[in-house]
Design a protein around this ligand. Structure first.
Ligand SMILES: [Mg+2]
Ligand SMILES: [Zn+2]
Length: 160
């Protein structure tokens, strides 16, 4: 049987949304996040982050700074036995360079589906913006729209 996955937006879902987060001291993992990810894993879901990081195209911060945040995140999660299959992020912005990986486009979701042999119909995309839901649904993944920075415990009842 194919795998199933939960795709997650980053800012506002994983860490506190504060606008163009790029400094490690501003990268605050949300309450309950780790516990909920552990639960998702226990239910058999792969975990994949799909994030728009247009701050790179806009030269507000560098890809190296983003990698530092992700290295920290992966470390904190692995201390708690949570493994991300992948962190996809779009470095573009349409004002600077066009692309097909920036949400609401679904390239990264489709890449994840193919690479990890995931059944879209049994998968979810959790995000705090309409474009997150759109990116998921274009690829056949059910979107769940949340308020930024809330506990993911509030949507547990929407995940099978
Ligand atoms: Mg967000
Ligand atoms: Zn892109």
């Amino acid at each position: 049987m194919k795998n199933k996955a939960i795709f997650l937006d980053r800012d506002g879902v994983i860490n506190v949304e504060r606008g163009y987060t790029h400094r490690l001291e501003d990268f605050v993992i949300l309450p309950d996040l780790i516990e909920v990810l552990q639960l998702f894993q226990k239910k058999g879901y792969l975990l994949i982050i799909v994030s728009n990081q247009s701050g790179i195209a806009k030269k507000l911060y560098t890809q190296a700074e983003v990698e530092i945040l992700h290295h920290y995140l992966v470390g904190e999660l692995s201390k708690n036995n949570v493994a991300l299959s992948e962190i996809y992020y779009c470095v573009h912005h349409s004002d600077v360079s066009r692309c097909i990986c920036r949400k609401p486009d679904s390239l990264f979701v489709e890449k994840g589906l193919a690479r990890f042999d995931i059944d879209a119909a049994r998968s979810y995309f959790i995000g705090d913006k309409e474009r997150d839901v759109e990116a998921g649904e274009k690829a056949g993944v059910k979107g769940i729209l949340i308020e930024a920075n809330i506990s993911l415990k509030t949507i547990l009842n929407q995940i099978k």
